[in-house]
Every structure is written in C-alpha cells, then in structure tokens.
Design a protein around this ligand. Structure first.
Ligand code: GDP
Length: 515
C-alpha cells in the first residue's frame, strides 16, 4: 500500500472513532460487598426514569457520572453474579471489561478469592482500582489491608505503586462518588474509542431461555452501533434484532458502543463469553455461521493429542451437615486427582447450599456443588439453572465419588488416541502436485485404508503427515489394501514424498478420558 493511501486511511479511521463508555467489572472475595456496591451505584447514579423503570436485572447497567449541573459521562457496570462472563471470556483469552474494581473488605483483608480476582485481572491485562470497603465497621483495618495487598504484588499509589485505592462504605455510600471519579480518570487514561460507523460487535454476558419469549442474551456492545432489523451472529446461533431492549427493559431502536442491550429470539441459546457480530440480513447471518462452522471442524493436520498437556482443573464446593463430614468428603474427592485432573476445593463447610455457593460456583466454569445430608435454600435451584451449575445432594458418602467421576468425565476434553493400522513403502512417484501426489507402493504390514491419516517416515525420521485418498489395487478403487499387496494412491500432503519413503497409516479415535 502506498504511503499516501495509508495516511488517508488513518485519517479516515480517526474521524470515525468516538469516545465510548468504559465497561467495568466488580470483583473480589465473597461477602466483601460487591453486590452492595453495585446496588448502591444503581440506586444513586442511574437516571430516575431508568431506575424506576427497571423491571428486571439484565446483568449490566449504565450509570451516569457527574454533578447536579449535568452529566459528565457514563459507565457500564457488569453486575452478573459471580461475573461468569469475565471468567469464561478469560478462559477464551478475550476481554470483556476495560477496567475492574477490586472490592476488599477492610475488616477482612485479602482473602483467597481476592487473590484469584487479582490474578484474573492481571491476566486480562486491565487496569483496576481497589475499593477498600466496609470502612464504617469498627473492625476496619485499612493499613493491614494495604499491607496484604502489597504482599500480593498489588502496590497502591500511596505506597509508591500504580494502583488507586479509595476507602468506601458500600452500605452508607461514603466514598462511592470519589470511587466513580477515580474510575472516570482511569477510563480517560485508557482513551477508549469505538467506531460509530461499524456494525456492532461485543460479548455475551448472560443468556437464558425465557419461557414466554424464547432464547435471550444480554450483550455488551464493545464497538459499533446495533440497530433494529439487523441480525446478530454468536458462534452457531443467530437472532434477528427485533425484540430489542436497553438495560432497563425498554424497547429501543438502537444501542451504542459501550452500552448493554438485550436481544430475544436466538435459534440456539448463545454461550456466555462468546463474541457476537452483526450483519444486515438473515442470508449473511447464515453464511457467517457456515464459515464459523467450517473453521471449528477438526482439521487433519492436528496431531497433538490432548493427553499429557497441563492438568484440567475442576472446582468443587462441598456443603455437609457437619464440618467433619465435609472434611471426610474432601479427602474422598481428592482421591480422584491424577496427573490429568486437579480438584480445586472452592469451599468446604457445614450448612445448607445457599445462593452464595451458587454465586461462587458460577465464577469458575465447570464447577460442581456437592451436598451431604443438607438441603438447598429456596432460591438455589432457579439460580443454579440460570448459571448451569451442577448440584447434587447425597445421603451416602461413597455415592458422591461415583457421581462426581461421571460429572468430571463429561467436563474433561476428549483425547485423541492414535493407533497404527499398517505400514507401506513408496515404490514409485507418478505425479507430484503442490498439495497432493500420486504414488505407487507396497503394504509392509497391516493394512492401508482410504481416508485415513498417515505419517511420512524417511530413514527413521518423521517428516510430515497427510491423508490417504483414492486408493486403488489393480487399477480399481478399493477401501483397503492388505499386507504384501501393491497399490496406487493419491496422497494429500504438503511434503513431497520420495521413492523409498515409508508411510505409517494411522487411525485417530476420540475418547472420553478415564479418571
Ligand atoms: P458480595 O458477596 O461481595 O456481593 O457481598 P454483599 O454485597 O452481598 O455483602 C455481604 C454483606 O456485607 C452484606 O450483609 C452487606 O450488607 C454487608 N456489607 C457490604 N458492604 C458493606 C459496608 O460497606 N459496610 C457494612 N457495614 N456492611 C457491608
């Protein structure tokens, strides 16, 4: 591209870029006040007509910043319990929020989930602000919490680091407006921009089946503008933008970059954490899905088996009638661990399975809640269904491991096992193309089977691989050729074969790993 054309494009791009709302996620240890803070901000900083009109939580809301004289900006808060989207997005390597608030209760300090949140924020690579909460409580110890943070590699500004810290009380509201101001400054530094000319794209933060209306998704628009009449594509699922609402449940005709929105009418329930794209017509939506599907089909060049890679981690919450049985169950469950599988106990204790347990479970994908001689709190089944959290209660301890083994199996990624079907020697090269070649050979052992994968072996070295096509014996197509027989074949492989090479014919089998 010529230089002037490049510059022209740049200036054109600059013209289209507009400042957008920051998207903020609130994280921290359970009971440190995330929900209370989000509720307080919703009550005080959401426009009267909106907050009055909020009929249902959609998992995100827009707060207005500023004084009585006028608004100075908006912030989109993600308030999905457990911030499921955040952790799912993270596991997919994408990013949902621009900034994070790390809530730490001053009377409790840094706790395991504070550390997890810190790790999550760091791996997402987003700036964050510490909200030092519960400052109204007599037991609040700001200095100890600051020290805890420093020990966890989170050095606050006051201590010479980069992280802003604002003492607050989410209960009384003290300090919350300062927190929002600091957030606005951090967001200005980030210089968040969106393209107002682009078709909307962003991320799914919640999805559920509404029994009256159909498959519903809450979206955060990260770029572009979403308009009524367009089509949204999420993975293999799509929906017309027809039933289209803002965060308060009001019907809208468009939603802007930085804003949350809800769309109803997906053919398949979209997965939380996936990115969405927008197109003009149903035809384009279907074409996009076809392309996506083709991309995700397994390709035959993949040889690595998933076995031997890093262990898969399953988070488990245990609730039992007494602490002693919870401990016993923990010990039993830990016995399922292996090189391939780690079990992470998120919580283990006595008492009924409550909303907090589900919230905690929903913050890590694949988590499982196990109860022993306990009941579920009333709200738990519905919440668990919404977050697709697996819960089961038992009366007999040994039944737990059997059930868990099956649940875990279903969550483990499939392994690809390779089996050698046969070997053959290449005797003659008839035709050599860029991607394929026609050769003649003899089966040394086992069988050569059409459609299977093969590896090329030259003097004990594996050089490459490919796939067997159009297998012939005595100039007639055949599905397989036996030991000792000669054959002609078209081999798909980028590597050019040579006379004297050996091929190893391989069968790939997908299996559910055993635990
Ligand atoms: P989450 O699990 O992090 O969402 O925590 P919640 O917002 O549910 O808060 C847990 C408990 O702490 C609730 O009983 C809140 O009322 C209480 N709480 C939250 N923030 C404050 C605060 O600033 N001061 C006091 N005294 N209590 C608070």
């Amino acid at each position: 591209m010529s230089r002037s054309k490049n510059m022209e494009q740049n200036t054109k791009q600059n013209k289209e870029l507009t400042k957008r709302n920051p998207i903020v996620v609130v994280m921290g240890h359970i009971d440190h006040g995330k929900t209370t803070l989000l509720d307080y901000i919703r009550k005080t900083n959401v426009a009267e007509k909106e907050s009055g009109g909020i009929t249902q939580h959609i998992g995100a809301y827009e707060a207005i910043l500023g004084s009585k004289d006028g608004e100075s900006g908006k912030i989109t808060f993600i308030d999905t319990p457990g911030h499921e989207a955040f952790s799912k997005m993270r596991s997919r390597g994408a990013r949902v929020a621009d900034l994070a608030i790390l809530v730490v209760a001053a009377d409790d300090g840094v706790k395991p989930q504070t550390k997890e949140a810190l790790e999550a924020i760091k791996s997402a690579g987003i700036p964050f602000i510490v909200a030092l909460n519960k400052m109204d409580k007599p037991g609040a110890n700001a200095e100890k919490t600051k020290k805890d943070l420093a020990e966890n590699d989170a050095l606050i500004e006051e201590w010479g680091g980069k992280i802003p810290l604002v003492p607050i009380s989410a209960k009384t509201g003290e300090g919350v407006s300062e927190l929002l101001e600091v957030l606005a400054i951090a967001s200005d530094i980030e210089d968040l921009k969106a393209d107002s000319q682009a078709k909307a794209s962003g991320v799914v933060i919640e999805s559920h089946l509404d029994s009256k209306r159909g498959n519903t998704a809450t979206l955060i628009i990260q770029n572009g503008i979403l308009r009524q009449g367009e089509y949204i594509v999420i993975g293999k699922s799509f929906s017309p933008v027809r039933i289209f609402e803002d965060f308060a449940g009001h019907t809208v005709k468009e939603a802007l970059y930085g804003q949350p929105a809800r769309v109803v009418g997906f053919n398949i329930l979209p997965e939380v954490g996936l990115m969405f794209q927008t197109v003009d017509s149903k035809k384009e939506a279907e074409e996009l899905i076809r392309q996506e599907t083709a991309k995700t089909e397994p390709s035959f060049v993949r040889t690595e088996s998933t076995a031997g890679e890093t262990a898969f981690e399953i988070p488990v919450i245990i609730k039992a009638d007494v602490a002693g049985s919870a401990e016993a169950i923990e010990n039993e469950i830990k016995k399922l661990e292996s090189e391939k599988l780690k079990i992470k106990i998120l919580r283990s204790g006595a008492g009924p399975i409550n909303e907090d347990d589900v919230k905690l479970a929903s913050s890590s994908p694949d988590s499982i809640i196990v109860g022993f001689k306990v009941r579920l709190d009333k709200t738990v089944p519905e919440l668990a269904e919404r977050f697709k959290t697996a819960i089961k209660t038992f009366e007999i301890i040994y039944e737990i491991t059997d059930w868990l083994r099956e649940e875990i199996k279903n969550r483990l990624p499939e392994e690809i096992i390779e089996k050698e079907l046969g070997r053959a020697k290449i005797l003659k090269i008839f035709k050599q193309g860029a991607k394929d070649q026609i050769v003649g050979g003899r089966v040394l052992s086992g069988v050569v089977v059409s459609g299977k994968k093969f590896r090329i072996k030259r003097r004990a070295n594996i050089l490459g691989e490919g796939r067997i096509q159009e297998l012939e014996q005595n100039k007639t197509r055949t599905p397989q050729v036996e030991e000792g027989k000669e054959f002609g074949v078209r081999l798909f492989s980028k590597l050019a074969l040579a006379e004297g090479d050996e091929i190893e014919v391989i069968e790939e089998e997908k299996i559910k790993p055993d635990i």
